[in-house]
Design a protein around this ligand. Structure first.
Ligand code: TPP
Ligand code: MG
Length: 440
């Protein structure tokens, strides 16, 4: 059913994007599911932000609030066997792929029931069973891995496709050019998807990329692209479905550039001096969840009551995720070196610690170290760096972390590579003094 005008227009740094994608709503069940997933991701991330303020979640935290339609539109048309690989902003991607939000929250809390048993934290959500191949902290670092996944599918002769999602900033990395070139040369079944939220940290796209129409940026290397409104879940779905089909059937890579926007700062520690409030508000008027809810109500696909019911159910689900995460044990301290090395007998292959040398392997030594007090010292240093009080007695789940009053925006916990906050900001200064202790 076509319930919109024939074309839509979105203002972008590279001119107005006119598109006829997203005219027809999917069937009511599918539509409700798209909405439910977007609301779940939004609520989950709002709560993650709150738990970070309370210092329940540690490390770094990058929220994708505002980018839900780009995420859900994409995953909703992927097959279960397809691979998805993303960045450090991927709580929603994992949830949309089917990972239980309770396990994602437990990962943020650094607990045993987390998706990486608490080892990865927010930037490294991973769920191999659902072929969500992870979050990566190195900008552009996931692109070559995506090419590897796609090559593996080809090699095995399956028709699985890899979807590789990354930011506008990542298109400036060497990894982008190198991966695009190989993907085109080897006809790899991969869809490259740029989540163009107009900024790489605090740098606007016009200031970081000579080419602002990113859909053209891979063309000279043999990968054509398409621009799409990333705030319109139906347009996203349609567009990605076509590109998946090209990868699956024609075995060639393409690129999708989705226009989207993050409402929150780059990370929880961003003072946001590079954009003004009006710009954020302008994008909030094109909120993907509000737009889609209104559209479904207008089309009679959902009632106001049903919508309220969805929101209520999700509120409860997110509260349960926090309770679950909080009740999950801390990883035992003597497991600190687990899964770092492939030890003898665990797995055959060149990467296993084998009998090539009579000396004990470094990994074995590190494991032995877990038995002595050096590990304890490491733990304490790590805990104080993260601003937490170390737990007494070796940290094998003796109770929840000591809650502390985190500074209002935890501005002291700056992201790697983030610029110093502007001078004279008292709150930043104060939290910087309280801030990460550093390892002595
Ligand atoms: C190779 C590399 N350079 C720099 C950084 C620091 N850094 C972290 S996020 C980021 C911005 C990336 O922006 P973009 O690709 O647009 O993704 P977004 O954060 O907007 O989702 C930078 C420069 C990094 N993590 N890795
Ligand atoms: Mg960006």
């Amino acid at each position: 059913m076509a319930d919109k005008d024939d074309t839509s227009e979105v203002r972008t740094p590279a001119g107005v994007l006119t598109s006829s994608r997203g005219q027809a709503l999917p069937d009511p069940d599918t539509s409700r599911e798209l909405l439910r997933q977007m609301v779940l991701i939004r609520r989950f991330e709002e709560e993650a932000g709150r738990q970070y303020q309370r210092a329940k979640a540690g490390g770094f935290l990058h929220l994708a609030i505002g980018e839900e339609a780009t995420i859900v539109g994409t995953t909703s048309v992927m097959e279960p066997g397809d691979y998805l690989i993303g960045t450090y902003r991927t709580h929603g991607h994992a949830i949309a792929r089917g990972t239980d939000p309770r396990n994602v929250m437990a990962e943020l809390f650094g607990r045993e029931d987390g998706t990486a048993r608490g080892r990865g934290g927010s930037m490294h959500i991973f769920d191999g069973d659902r072929r969500f191949m992870g979050g990566y902290g190195i900008v552009g670092g996931n692109l070559p891995i995506a090419a590897g996944l796609a090559l593996a599918s080809d090699y095995k002769g399956t028709d699985d496709v890899t979807v590789c999602m990354f930011g506008d900033g990542a298109t400036n990395t060497g990894n982008f050019g190198e991966t695009i070139n190989l993907a085109a040369l080897w006809d790899l079944p991969v869809v490259f998807l740029v989540e163009n939220n107009l900024y790489g940290m605090g740098t606007a796209i016009e200031r970081h990329s000579a080419v602002t129409d990113l859909s053209h940026k891979a063309e000279g290397l043999g990968v054509p692209g398409e621009r799409v409104d990333g705030q319109d879940v139906v347009a996203m779905r349609e567009c990605v479905a076509d590109h998946l089909e090209i990868a699956r059937r024609e075995r060639r890579p393409t690129l999708v550039e989705a226009f989207t926007y993050r409402y929150r700062g780059h990370s929880a520690a961003d003072p946001e001096v590079y954009r003004d409030k009006q710009e954020v508000e302008e994008w909030q008027r094109r909120d993907p969840i509000e737009i889609f809810s209104r559209r479904l109500i207008d089309a009679g696909a959902i009632s106001e009551d049903e919508l309220a019911g969805i929101r209520e159910g999700i509120d409860a689900q997110v509260v349960a995720a926090v309770e679950f995460a909080d009740a999950s044990p801390e990883p035992p301290l003597d497991s600190l070196y687990d899964n770092l090395y492939v030890m003898p007998g665990e797995q055959e292959g060149w990467y296993a610690v084998d009998e090539r040398t009579p000396d004990p392997f470094r990994g074995e030594r590190e494991r032995e170290a877990a038995a002595d007090s050096r590990v304890r010292e490491l733990h304490e240093a790590g805990a104080s760096y993260g601003g937490q009080s170390p737990r007494s007695g070796g940290g094998s789940g003796e109770g929840p972390a000591t809650e502390r009053d985190a500074p209002a925006d935890r501005a002291g916990a700056r992201d790697e590579g983030e610029p110093d906050p502007p001078a004279g900001d008292e709150q930043v200064e104060e939290s910087r003094q309280q801030g990460p202790g550093g390892i002595e």
